[in-house]
Design a protein. Sequence first.
Length: 149
Amino acid sequence: MDDKNTILKPPTALIDCCILASWIHYDPDQPRQVKSRDDIFNAVFKRFSEGSYPSGIDIALSSETGNETWGSIYHEWFTNFNIPNGQYQVVIGTQIAKLISMDIIMRDNFEDGFYKLVKPLSQDIVDTIKSTTLSIPQIGIEIPELRLG
């Protein structure tokens, strides 16, 4: 593999947890729990850039050096978040597709580009998602894949 063309990105398990956390930290004005692709991209963006979700809850712990976010640690991957087909959008889209193939989320029957949970997340999974998304931002952290089956 050519290291010059490789962009360091966060562990996929962290990205999965950040995607699914958008259903945990839902907007009470949107009780249907249907998320658009943009809702998911924006929730993950806010989590990586500010350490919280759009609702402003669940601020991440400080990094080892004190004030870094996941977005600053994986700067090169994260800086192209708004570029269509950039690494950030490709990775988030790939993880959405993976969660669909795992039968965790599904496309909404009524609206194109909208998703919902196949079934409510168990409390154990919610606890795992919360603890994962609150982990201290750092390169090289190993986060186990979610066991949702």
